[in-house]
Ligand binder design. Structure first.
Ligand SMILES: NC(=O)c1ccc[n+]([C@@H]2O[C@H](COP(=O)([O-])OP(=O)(O)OC[C@H]3O[C@@H](n4cnc5c(N)ncnc54)[C@H](O)[C@@H]3O)[C@@H](O)[C@H]2O)c1
Length: 237
């Protein structure tokens, strides 16, 4: 799938990995809605991106993804601003074992809401043209870190939910005759969006940019060494 001319929504996009993804999308010709809780960081992000990519290509929407109404509004506003939605990157995440309920809320519950909202705005079932959803997980899902059990649980959950959705969408009438895949891949490697549509329906696929230290593979768990993070990607165009 070419990113040129597409519209993307990235949660937690004002800094860190999300910001890198936003920049990669803008560089590839997409318009991007940056959805983040941090107003000051978002303002800085927006002005820097406007200076580099032009003011009409990027929007910052202040939103706490755990607020279901605000998240729904952020999706709606993105469509109103840019006229369509093609890519959703559910990236916002925290790692707070003391406030573990919040960690579940941000990392898993909100990601599920973001996925369903993405389907509402993009899937053929809802009369739209299809799109791509990228759900960000972590190697923590495979390495059972004793110091971050709740974070580990949320990232396990991201994989389980996304895989189940991939299979469900693959068998649904709305995607009959169209490609669907579930892909595990590194995050800041947006070209992966383009090879997603090449995979077989329902197939699990992962890839590492650390050449020679794992490479990539199909229908298998990624190696537990040599990798630091990955994302789970569902394409349902
Ligand atoms: N950094 C790593 O090494 C690593 C490794 C594996 C997975 N990940 C995952 O990648 C994603 C991004 O991580 P990062 O390292 O870039 O984090 P980060 O802390 O640098 O950025 C996270 C962004 O999410 C935003 N955010 C936090 N809570 C939010 C909320 N309730 N609503 C809206 N926005 C919110 C923050 O304001 C921030 O801009 C997370 O899901 C994380 O679990 C990170």
């Amino acid at each position: 799938m070419s990113v040129m001319g597409r519209v993307a929504l990235v949660t937690g996009g004002a800094q860190g990995i999300g910001r890198a993804v936003v920049e990669a999308l803008l560089r590839s010709g997409a318009k991007v809605s940056v959805v983040d809780i941090n107003q000051s960081c978002g303002d800085v992000c927006k002005s820097e991106l406007d200076a580099e990519f032009g003011g009409d290509n990027c929007a910052f929407i202040q939103c706490d993804v755990t607020d279901g109404h605000a998240l729904r509004d952020a999706f709606q506003k993105t469509v109103e601003l840019f006229g369509r939605l093609d890519i959703v990157i559910n990236n916002a995440g925290i790692n707070n074992e003391k406030n573990w309920e919040k960690t579940i809320d941000v990392n898993l519950t909100s990601l599920i809401k973001g996925t369903y909202l993405g389907l509402e705005h993009m899937s053929r079932e809802h009369g739209k043209r299809g799109g791509t959803i990228v759900n960000v997980s972590s190697m923590a899902a495979f390495l059972h870190s004793p110091h971050q059990p709740v974070y580990t649980a949320t990232k396990h959950g991201v994989i389980g939910f996304t895989r189940a959705m991939a299979v469900r969408l693959a068998s649904g009438p709305e995607v009959r005759g169209t490609p669907l895949c579930s892909t595990l891949t590194f995050l800041v490697n947006l070209p992966t969006l383009s090879h997603a549509a090449l995979q077989e329906p329902g197939e699990v696929w992962w890839r590492s940019p650390l050449r020679g230290r794992g490479g990539g593979g199909r229908s298998a768990e990624p190696p537990t060494t040599g990798l630091s993070s990955f994302q789970l990607e569902v394409c349902f165009c």
